[in-house]
Design a protein around this ligand. Sequence first.
Ligand code: C5P
Length: 240
Amino acid sequence: MSKFFALIPAAGSGLRMENNLPKQYLPLAGRPMIYHVLRTLCRSPGIASVLVVLAPGDSEWLKHDWSEFFGKLVVLDCGGTTRAMSILNGLKAAPDELSISDDDWVLVHDAARPCLSEAQLDKLMNELTDDAVGGLLAVPLADTLKRSGASNRVEHTESRKGLWQAQTPQMFRYKLLVDALSRPGSMRMTDDASAVEALGLHPKLVLSDARNLKITYPQDLILAELILRAQQKGEYGECG
Ligand code: C5P
């Protein structure tokens, strides 16, 4: 039986957050942002270990108490200059004691998506466990799309038919992910599925919802805090 591992690339600087503290450490609901996904992933009984990839020389990690995750958490300080490089470095640096085999699943999840719920995680793992390729959480596009021309004037309206917004976790088998990310060109890709698609494969889209939002701008923190508080109070329904 294939095992499940999670990997969190957390070596970014989060420039768009207008803050000197890297995004993954910004305070959110009383904790550093990355705490919330670590909790969700480490508490999942299906996940064998959670690897976190930090930037070399990260001085912030050790300022916080991670002891509740001992036994499940593996910290690697081999982040690269792009998200894809951080992930590839982390996959290659996974300690031998974890005995990750080529067919084991790796769920790559961004530290910048702190509101991932247990239900969303379980849904992804259940829907893909027997899949030949793997896939990702995603949401069908809801807004009307405008193509801009000069001076932010609308050139035309794009069809949103068949368009989805990719989220994380993105779940692929260990060897497929290493092979896909090792190809020239993969280092600039903004998600893992794109690298797998470049091999001619078709990852599966698993229906998620907008609550698994990505923190990109300061205002996203307000929404994330509301979602986390609702989760903590048990007001968070099933996804999809
Ligand atoms: O910057 P962005 O929000 O797209 O980053 C997505 C995720 O990739 C974040 O968790 C960030 O820490 C991580 N990342 C990384 N190494 C980089 C750049 C981003 O691990 N060089």
